[in-house]
Design a protein around this ligand. Structure first.
Ligand SMILES: Cc1cc2nc3c(=O)[nH]c(=O)nc-3n(C[C@H](O)[C@H](O)[C@H](O)COP(=O)(O)O)c2cc1C
Length: 172
């Protein structure tokens, strides 16, 4: 029987990651965005990413419904976008709110998937598999388009706070 390591508990203190800004649409075309620290590349060739999404979230329902979605890896200046994207969509039309704040989105012509302009890396993804993983759903997606890869430094999420990359260390 597995143990629990709850959000924010001491067992999570060593873990850090990127923030994926996950953009999706429902079947009526209504766009949405969520922040996901559990966004990882898991295969190079072909490129496959895995996102772990809490059960019952609108983003998960959207991806299961419309299959294509966007992954924008937040850059170091996008902490505010990440913060707003962490709000449940029931409470706020996040895309509208972000646009009002001046955030730009680019729409992929073929899939209508939005990505966030100014991110470190922007991808269009298509779900290929999903599986329950404890209290989250593991969404495995192939990358169908690399919209933009930049040298903008990525935002770091560590111990529930945002950080930027620090000093490079020698090999030892
Ligand atoms: C920095 C950050 C990282 C997050 N990482 C995840 C994650 O990896 N998986 C997840 O399910 N929720 C994560 N969340 C919470 C979701 O962004 C939040 O539940 C959001 O409201 C879901 O959006 P939706 O209701 O529009 O689907 C994160 C929130 C923040 C601010």
């Amino acid at each position: 029987m597995g143990i629990d390591i709850p959000w924010g508990s001491e067992g999570t203190r060593a873990l850090l990651g990127n923030v994926g800004l996950i953009t999706s649409r429902d079947k009526n075309g209504q766009a949405n965005i969520m922040a996901a620290e559990w966004t990882n590349q898991v295969s190079y060739s072909p490129a496959v990413f895995e996102i772990n999404i809490g059960k019952g979230k609108k983003t998960l329902a959207n991806i299961l419904e419309t299959e294509f979605f966007g992954i924008s890896i937040a850059s170091v200046t996008q902490n505010n976008i990440s913060h707003i994207s962490g709000t449940p969509s029931i409470k706020l039309d996040k895309i509208k709110a972000l646009k009002e704040l001046g955030v730009e989105f680019e729409e992929d012509k073929e899939t209508k998937v939005l990505t966030v302009v100014g991110s470190s890396l922007r991808l269009v993804a298509k779900i290929i598999n999903h599986k329950e993983a404890g209290d989250h759903e593991m969404v495995m997606a192939e990358i169908v388009k690399l919209v933009e890869a930049t040298d903008k430094e990525p935002l770091i999420y560590f111990r529930g706070k945002y950080w930027e990359i620090g000093v490079q260390l020698a090999h030892g």
